[in-house]
Design a protein around this ligand. Structure first.
Ligand SMILES: *Cc1c(COP(=O)(O)O)cnc(C)c1O
Length: 465
């Protein structure tokens, strides 16, 4: 018996998907429809009677061509946005097809095992303690939250306080330290965890955005009691890494929990190039690490990973069964023990598929290729009169300033967005307006980089006059 209710609609979706994907390398990168136009396309009173599934899918597909930014275009350099490799996209289709609730083993033995293996592969690839706990979450925001929840549990457990049972009211005070340049999601995680943002003691950072280790040591000397330090591998503007070995040693000496936000920077560990790998030297001294798979690994949204050295602290902070119970159910892995979600998508599956298809060498090549493209773009832009590269291009991020002028720089950014050859955004780096280029898409070729540089230079020449 066949059920052909799926055939026509999925064939249509597949055809639309291929149209979209095939247009990516050539289409204008920015979107073209205004909010009003999109409202006109989408907003109707919710009708009493529904429409045909085919017409609904056709509507979505038609609007995507003008209403979606091609953020998986090989010439999209905004924020830090990966694309999706063909195998990870295909795996993601299967994830939706299977419609597994991947929260507990019993519902999806296959997904539980794939996520267990993918977690082991990641620890191996990043060369982090192999016994660490792993949670597949929606992104680095939730990875930071998961890791800091484990940290909160761990530092309070060591002073005899059970935060899971007794909460934070009346608990020993936790010192929270982060660099002046830590990502906003660290603050958000601290808010969710009831610690607030005012508690954060900021450590000064240098011109590249790296935490100053002597300032950290001086601060740690003044602190007593439970302490969490948040460091960073990969500054969202410059790509710079905090000096992790020095920071790790200082934290270990003090008994502080070191958490590293490595949303994209953690992938430097997989590079075949010693100079890139060394950026993250000492990262293994930390207690927890947060990263994204939807950025540098190029799996579809949404996909992040939380890694915690102490499985006990990780599990105690996340488990949906009673905290402190010894795991008795055998070797089967229940995802609910490692992530904030209960019911959840099988988001570890595209990670598994992509790692399996790429292999170690493929991951290293992905990382090194994008770093090379970033250097290529920086070099191509620096040749132009009046263009300044503000950062050391150590990874995939480039900060560019035009005419050493805020207003001109902003005009170049909007001019490039308008031109449509590529898309990127602006930022403010240490008081100066800058253009941000993030090379994070597996498909970005040397030619894409070259075309984009030419388009940026052309916009700048026009503005310069
Ligand atoms: C992107 C990013 C985050 C947040 O990650 P999401 O996947 O967007 O939740 C956190 N930290 C850094 C350094 C980032 O680049």
């Amino acid at each position: 018996m066949t059920d052909d209710r799926y055939d026509a609609i999925l064939a249509r979706a597949r055809a639309h998907a291929l149209d979209y994907l095939h247009a990516l390398p050539t289409r204008r990168v920015g979107s073209t429809a205004s909010r009003d136009e999109l409202i006109a396309a989408f907003r109707t009173p919710l009708a009493q009677d529904g429409e045909s599934p085919e017409s609904v899918i056709d509507l979505l597909a038609a609007q995507a061509l003008r209403g979606a930014t091609a953020c998986n275009s090989p010439r999209y350099f905004g924020f830090v946005i990966g694309g999706a490799t063909p195998v990870s996209l295909a795996a993601d289709w299967l994830v939706s097809t299977w419609d597994q609730n991947a929260g507990i083993y019993v519902i999806s033995p296959m997904v539980a095992v794939m996520e267990e293996v993918a977690g082991d592969w990641l620890l191996d690839l990043f060369d982090l303690p192999r016994e660490s706990g792993v949670g597949f979450v929606t992104g680095c925001q939730m990875a930071n939250l998961t890791c800091l929840a484990a940290a909160r549990h761990g530092v309070l457990r060591r002073v005899g306080w059970d935060v899971e049972a007794d909460g934070l009211q009346g608990a020993p005070r936790i010192n929270v330290v982060a660099s002046a340049e830590s990502h906003i999601t660290i603050d958000v995680a601290l808010r969710y965890l009831g610690m607030g943002t005012k508690c954060v003691q900021r450590v000064e950072s240098d011109a590249q955005g790296r935490m100053k280790p002597d300032k950290l040591r001086a601060l740690l000397d003044t602190l007593e009691g439970p302490t969490i330090v948040c460091a960073q591998a990969g500054n969202v503007n410059t790509g710079a890494f905090d000096p992790l070995r020095e920071i790790g040693e200082a934290c270990n000496a003090k008994g502080a929990w070191l958490h590293v936000d490595g949303a994209f920077g953690l992938w430097a560990r997989t590079s075949a190039n010693a100079r890139t790998r060394d950026l993250a030297d000492g990262i293994e001294l930390a207690d927890s690490w947060a990263t994204d798979a939807h950025k540098w690994l190029n799996v579809p949204y949404d996909s992040g990973v939380a890694l915690v050295k102490s499985r006990e602290d990780h599990r105690a902070a996340m488990t949906s069964s009673a905290a402190y119970l010894i795991q008795t159910q055998g070797a089967e892995r229940d995802a609910v023990d490692w992530v904030p979600d209960f019911s959840r998508r099988a988001r570890g599956v595209p990670v598994y598929a992509n790692l399996r298809a790429l292999g170690r060498a493929g991951v290293a090549d992905l990382v090194d290729r994008l770093c090379a493209r970033a250097r290529q773009m920086a070099a191509g832009l620096a040749e132009e009169q009046g263009v300044q590269i503000l950062n050391d291009v150590v990874l995939n991020q480039v900060l560019v300033r035009f005419g050493d002028d805020d207003e001109m720089t902003r005009r170049v950014v909007s001019g490039v967005q308008e031109d449509g050859t590529c898309w990127l955004s602006g930022t403010n780096w240490q008081g100066k307006a800058a253009m941000r280029i993030s090379v994070s898409n597996w498909a970005t070729s040397g030619e894409d980089a070259e075309r984009s540089v030419a388009a940026i230079r052309a916009v700048w020449k026009k503005i310069r006059g």
